[in-house]
Design a protein around this ligand. Structure first.
Ligand code: IMP
Ligand code: MG
Length: 174
């Protein structure tokens, strides 16, 4: 059996930070038409906890994406595998990402969402690897900045595995 990934961010650390982000978001979106848009699949765990930490009315609608390209490298060419179920015209959209790596996925999605006439589009990401950035993307709500390591757990996968780990971990040798 392969060893468990080494803990980088514990479940408690993630929960505490998520509560802080949720409180800030609830404060910033008073009397707005907030729509959380988690990017599947990686964001499903973070989005579920974040949504429950926002004490304000909101909708949730999902975007599914697949980025073309070799291996774990993002190419920036993003295919939509599941689109939003409703229009977002006049809404205040908050894109929810597990991790911003090169930034190409978020940059593409923000541009796409802006074509649909929302009142605003902002980004909330649990993790950011700034050393890998290829394009600058403003992250309005950020959980943690991490070093250039491939991380798994809390929704993030390696070859579809480890998504159910309750913490963010690093695989052996990474
Ligand atoms: P970007 O377009 O390079 O910013 O790619 C972001 C996407 O790549 C994320 O939403 C993840 O799905 C995936 N990704 C990037 N880094 C990692 C990692 O360390 N572990 C797991 N998935 C990652
Ligand atoms: Mg993702």
């Amino acid at each position: 059996m392969s060893p468990s990934p080494r803990v980088l961010l514990s479940a408690d650390e993630i929960a505490a930070r998520t509560r802080e982000l949720g409180a800030r978001i609830a404060h910033d979106y008073v009397d707005r038409r907030l729509v959380l848009v988690p990017v599947l699949k990686g964001s499903f765990v973070f989005a579920a906890d974040l949504a429950r930490s926002i004490d304000a009315p909101l909708r949730i609608d999902f975007l599914g994406v697949r980025s073309y390209g070799a291996g774990t490298e993002s190419s920036g060419v993003v295919q939509i595998t599941h689109d939003l179920s409703r229009p977002i015209e006049g809404d205040d959209v908050l894109l929810v990402e597990d991790i911003v790596d090169t930034g190409l996925t978020v940059a593409h999605l923000v541009t796409l969402l802006q074509t649909r006439g929302p009142r605003s589009v902002r980004v909330c990401a649990l993790l950011h690897k700034p050393s890998r950035a290829k394009v600058a993307v403003p992250i309005d709500y950020l959980g943690f900045t991490i070093e250039d390591r491939f991380v798994v757990g809390y929704g993030l996968d390696f070859d579809e595995g480890h998504r159910n780990l309750p913490y963010i971990g690093v695989l052996d040798g990474q």
